[in-house]
Design a protein around this ligand. Structure first.
Ligand code: MSP
Length: 489
């Protein structure tokens, strides 16, 4: 089955932080899970590089926008490399393939009479890259950026949003356009009910953008430019992503753009809609919004250098339930790492393998089945519900029950040749093997290392449905000495 998943494309006004890493990692984990199930996965991410916000950041850094965008976009790629993100394509909105695709899509909207020209007089927040109304202001300022918005008066091209909102509402209500979790669905329906105004698709006073093909004095509004990445990276534009997208993963801050504007644009142009949109919650750090001025921005690359790739992945994704907001306390990272990874998973593998190697190095097969079928079914359900943290809970329950066997059976005192010993070790290694598969989407390197210790390869195992078939360690496996999986901090 094909599975096309995307993240938002991130602004290149500053280097990536843990919030961007959170979304990208979630998409990566879901992709890796789908790959393990045997799906044909396409995972798209990228960077959003046009608009006044980026131009301003470039000026502040004394650089041309394109030069600046090149540098910061590289930083995103580097961070995703360090975190082991397995994306299929990385799209940049300054690439010619994107720019020409956007121009072509706009022509379709115009041809389908979805656009009209009018004057816009109102407020604009460059930080949000959003037209904003008086009633959204708090004390005269944008509530997100705590700055007074600009007053603008421009001749723009507008999109006839009101022509499409009823249809979108019905599609959401019939769950043909799935919006999850429920708060995001309710928020979207609420926005539509409240009544949304037609929006500008072009800007007259912004030069750093894609020119509107039939009116070159205007550039395409950066949000329209950005949303179109999902389709300019697709087969429609001679690229590889298989439209329609199966899942857009976004943060809750950009629900309106993805759940209303984007479907409306697609309907107007006669495209299929994405199947599902999932909005997750927001991180605060020690109770505060992440910001450069507060100096509380967590850099994912620094996290990798402190805790390793898999350690950082675990810490980023396990902070709070996916879909809810949560607060992160960086001072607890080391504690969490030691408790769950070093003393949890790492310790289990190291204790079992070293106790076994003291008695033997070749594992003899035993016919007792290791009972993990229900754990796998639970995991599959949790993925369907995007309950990523529940997947981890299931695995850690299995780690704990394996630890219990280690203690109860006092495996360190078992002797070679004891009939019970080979059975106990066999079952423990079977548990470990399953655990290694279960953590593979989260901890890909450690999972490889565990397979190596067990002397087996997990490659080519598109396994899930055949869990009972592949569920056995072969006779005579040579267990290797355990390398430290998670050095204590
Ligand atoms: N460029 C637009 C998106 C265009 S998509 C067609 C944009 N970029 S952004 O750089 O601001 O990234 C926003 C996304 O980053 C959020 O939707 C969310 O996925 C992620 N996060 C940014 N800060 C975050 C937190 N503090 N917490 C969790 N996720 C965060 O908006």
């Amino acid at each position: 089955m094909k599975f096309y998943v995307s993240t938002p494309i991130y602004y290149v006004n500053a280097k990536p932080h843990i919030g961007h890493a959170y979304t990208t990692l979630a998409a990566d984990i879901i992709s890796r899970w789908r790959l393990m199930r045997g799906d044909d996965v396409f995972f798209l991410t990228g960077t959003d590089e046009h608009g006044a916000k980026i131009e301003k950041a470039a000026v502040e850094n004394g650089k041309e926008p394109k030069v600046f965008a090149d540098e910061v976009s590289e930083e995103f790629k580097r961070a995703w490399g360090e975190l082991g993100i397995l994306y299929s394509d990385f799209i940049r909105t300054t690439e010619p393939r994107h720019e020409s695709g956007v121009a072509r899509f706009m022509e379709i909207l115009k041809k389908n009479s979805a656009l009209y020209e009018a004057d816009y007089k109102g407020l604009y927040c460059t930080g949000c890259e959003n037209f904003i109304t008086e009633k959204e202001l708090v004390g005269g300022k944008c509530p997100n950026h705590k700055k007074a918005p600009d007053k603008i008066s421009e001749r723009n091209w507008f999109f006839k949003l009101s022509d499409y909102t009823n249809e979108i509402k019905e599609l959401i209500e019939r769950d043909e356009l799935k919006i999850r979790p429920d708060f995001a669905r309710r928020e979207t329906l609420g926005l539509i009910e409240q009544g949304l105004e037609d929006f500008s698709v072009s800007r007259e006073s912004v030069w750093w953008g894609i020119p509107l093909p039939w009116d070159k004095k205007q550039t395409i509004y950066v949000w329209i430019d950005a949303l179109l990445n999902y389709i300019t990276a697709s087969e429609w534009n001679k690229c590889k992503a298989p439209w329609p997208a199966d899942l857009h993963i976004i943060g809750k801050d950009i629900i309106k753009f993805h759940c209303v504007y984007w479907p409306a644009m697609l309907l107007a142009a006669g495209f299929e809609l994405p199947r599902q949109i999932f909005a997750h919650g927001y991180f605060t750090i020690d109770g505060q919004k992440m910001s450069k001025s507060l100096g509380n921005v967590i850099d994912p690359i620094e996290l990798v250098s402190s805790f390793g790739k898999d350690g950082a992945r675990y810490l980023i994704i396990s902070q709070f339930p996916f879909g809810q907001d949560g607060d992160v306390k960086a001072e607890f990272f080391a504690e969490q790492y030691n408790a769950s990874l070093a003393n949890g998973l790492g310790n289990l593998v190291s204790r079992v393998s070293s106790a076994f190697l003291r008695t033997n190095s070749k594992l003899s097969k035993c016919n007792d089945k290791c009972e993990v079928g229900h754990v796998w079914s639970g995991i599959e359900k949790h993925y369907e519900n995007f309950a990523i943290e529940e997947v981890l809970k299931e695995v850690w329950k299995l780690i704990q029950s394996s630890d219990k066997i280690v203690e109860q059976e006092k495996i360190w005192s078992l002797k070679a040749g004891q009939k019970e010993a080979s059975k106990i070790f066999y079952l423990l290694f079977e548990n470990i093997r399953h655990i290694s598969f279960m953590v593979k989407p989260f901890l890909p390197d450690v999972s490889e290392k565990i397979f190596d210790i067990l002397g087996i390869s997990c490659e080519g195992k598109k396994f899930f449905k055949e869990a009972s078939v592949w569920g056995a360690l072969p006779e005579g496996v040579r267990v290797k000495k355990c390398v430290p999986l998670f050095p204590r901090k």
